[in-house]
Design a protein around this ligand. Structure first.
Ligand SMILES: NC(=O)c1ccc[n+]([C@@H]2O[C@H](COP(=O)([O-])OP(=O)(O)OC[C@H]3O[C@@H](n4cnc5c(N)ncnc54)[C@H](OP(=O)(O)O)[C@@H]3O)[C@@H](O)[C@H]2O)c1
Length: 312
């Protein structure tokens, strides 16, 4: 697996990483066996950066990973977790919780350090807290050697820029999701130049836009507008008519961007994870990509609001 540097952090991440929200049953119920096999399959195929959070399955994802990674040499993979988001409605970015949350994540993951630690979905809280107190607590955890790179994740571009205005000299990376895909490339156009100018690593999660760009049934919680879903169905049909799974094109497209350190894809199905590695080894079908992009043109970069209204 090719790697790219995570900004100036000193970490090199694989261009395709394994996202473990599916191990917290965020899309469908899963078995322990599926979780264990998925983790091992990802590692066996070079996806040796794993992204998780205490939010995913309310602890279940970290616990599953702790079990799945047992016996795997710690220096053979990189681990990222998050803090501050604990349920759909429960957020806590207080300094005290930062320390406690890292402690709990390390226990669940059965390790003494995280490679990446992100403030999870900061758009759900009044933002000044992030630069007035949370960031200092995060830096302290880094100085203690419990984490190597720090940053934050969110969905609204406005939130990215507001938070960066205050802490861009303090952080190593950010994570955006569903914003560098066949349908939405706003992560590249509206954020990447600023990140690159500061040496901040860019993590792109959700190449399938939470199943929108697959043939799997959509989760009920997916907020994308109906016209986006209709365009995705049309694009999937065109791909199928050409003998291609739209997920293949989606994955190849996301991973190809040289300025994005890594793309984080999620699954609890070892067969799907194995397919990703096979797809990455193949060149993208440029002609099919152009036709799919034409279908998405009328809904390009259309997304949804997330978090507090004022943060969108
Ligand atoms: N705010 C944040 O920090 C944030 C937000 C979003 C995502 N993330 C991270 O990024 C990771 C990826 O995002 P995501 O899991 O939301 O979305 P995603 O990777 O775009 O899609 C995952 C879903 O796609 C399905 N899938 C994967 N490959 C498939 C294939 N070949 N055919 C059909 N279906 C397929 C999986 O189902 P199966 O299990 O059945 O394969 C899973 O339900 C997350 O796990 C998380 O680590 C972070």
């Amino acid at each position: 697996m090719k790697t790219r540097p995570l900004g100036n952090s000193g970490l090199d991440l694989p261009i395709l990483s394994f996202g473990a929200s599916s191990l917290g049953a965020e899309f469908r119920s899963i078995t322990l066996e599926e979780a264990m096999q998925s983790t091992r399959t990802a590692l066996d195929h070079g996806m040796n950066f794993i992204d998780t959070s205490p939010f995913y399955g309310r602890g279940m994802s970290e616990i599953m990973l702790g079990l799945g990674l047992q016996g795997v040499p710690r220096d053979s993979y990189l681990l990222g977790s998050k803090l501050g988001r604990y349920s759909d409605k429960h957020f806590d970015f207080s300094p005290k919780r930062v320390e406690e949350s890292v402690h709990v994540s390390l226990q669940r993951l059965k390790t003494d350090h995280l490679d990446v630690l992100l403030l999870h979905d900061v758009e759900f809280v009044p933002l000044p807290q992030i630069w007035e107190e949370t960031i200092q607590a995060l830096i302290k955890v880094k100085e203690q050697g419990k984490v190597r790179a720090i940053g934050f994740s969110c969905y609204p571009l406005k939130t990215f820029h507001t938070v960066l205005d205050h802490i861009e000299d303090e952080i190593d990376c950010v994570l955006g999701y569903n914003r560098y895909t066949l349908q939405n490339t706003s992560f590249e156009t509206d954020l990447l130049p600023r990140l690159q100018a500061k040496g901040i690593g860019a993590i792109n999660a959700g190449p399938f836009s939470a199943r929108l760009l697959t043939n799997a049934p959509l989760p009920e919680w997916l907020k994308e507008p109906e016209e986006v879903k209709a365009a995705a169905r049309a694009a999937a049909k065109l791909c199928a008519d050409n003998g291609v799974d739209i997920a293949e094109l989606a994955l190849q497209f996301a991973c190809a961007h040289q300025g994005i350190t890594t793309t984080v894809a999620g699954s609890a199905n070892p067969k799907n994870i194995k397919k990703w590695a096979e797809w990455l080894a193949k060149p993208i079908d440029q002609s099919l990509l152009a036709q799919v992009q034409t279908i998405f043109e009328p809904v390009k970069n259309l997304g949804h609001n997330e978090g507090l209204p004022e943060n969108n």
